[in-house]
Ligand binder design. Sequence first.
Ligand code: NAD
Ligand code: TYD
Length: 364
Amino acid sequence: MLRILVTGGAGFIGSNFVRFWIRRHPQDRLVNLDKLTYAGNLANLADIATAPHYRFVRGDIGDFALVDQLFREEKINRVVHFAAESHVDRSILGPGEFIRTNINGTFTLLEAARAHWRLDGGRAKSADRGDAGGFCFLHVSTDEVYGSLGPNDPAFAESTPYAPRSPYSATKAASDHLVSAYGHTFGVPVIITNCSNNYGPYQFPEKLIPLTIQRAIKRETIPVYGKGENVRDWIYVEDHCEALEAVLERGKIGETYNIGGGNQWRNLDLVQLICDKLDERLGRDDAPRRKLIRFVEDRPGHDLRYAMDIGKISRALGWTPKVPMDVGIAKTIDWYLAHQDWVERVMSGEYKNYFARQYGARLR
Ligand code: NAD
Ligand code: TYD
């Protein structure tokens, strides 16, 4: 039986993972540590809040005493580390919180893991319980650490040198390096995954896909940065969860695995697709939703293109993504249409200030 500490499990990918794991592995203990920042929301987990082996703890990954206590009292033997500040635009408006959570917070978690687990003769040993079925610190990271690709460059491989270009990706790269260093230097059993852009239910409506869906539903202007020519490799969030499950079950300690959707889209094409799907779903009224698109001032340092080479994880662990874009986008649009109360709730308060800072001048 696994005893998993999930960090950031009230956010987008984390909440999808917690629900996925409880459905597939109901016997495992799952402790969700989340600070509940603007991006974390207990409403994301309302349906599993009382699941038998689940516990929610509100707290900061940077609080060593708390994390150490959780390791001890819950006999943690897996960490799945999602907690982070995750939005590039916010990292440009204010990088400080990204340094604190993504770098210092990851450092603190690693210190707690090191206090409890180390590799000994190739096997994970717990300081207080001997070899209790092993340990793994799975660090969930991003393709953005590899930098930006030109239109015809080959996709990022695990061997691609790190070249982060935004405060967000720089802090994620720093955290990846720390995780790797704790593996090499202190023998903490670690695995790193780097994944491409996720989409699906419960994504905070500051990211491109939910922002576009929500504004298209409301017939509000849709901001597209620059000329809309940037390319992202999109993966449906449940496919990411399945990849993380494959890594937890069959991944090799010390390895890095790239995860991606094999699904590259130019931003403008993607936004137009969402507009067209919503026209089909809700009717056009007088004008097609594509008319809502506005090209606005570009993001500073905007990475042109990301794409993942998923050869290693598919060969080594037998994982490939299953959900095609037209299916994933239709499911996502249906979810947002059916959960407008959730959207209204997470968009009240702090989000309004953020939206005004980020788009006020751009959309005027
Ligand atoms: P998110 O912003 O939706 O959620 C982050 C969660 O972490 C929130 O619940 C928040 O409350 C929590 N959190 C933030 N600071 C914390 C702290 N100091 N202590 C405890 N909890 C804290 O993020 P997401 O999109 O779900 O991404 C999750 C992870 O996956 C991140 O590490 C991100 O870098 C990585 N990732 C995301 C994507 C993507 O497309 N969203 C792609 C690849 C990798
Ligand atoms: P985003 O969802 O913020 O993810 P990331 O920057 O981590 O890839 O943005 C995806 C792409 O969409 C990126 O190229 C920036 C662009 N974008 C817009 O054009 N308009 C927007 O309002 C947002 C939020 C993003």
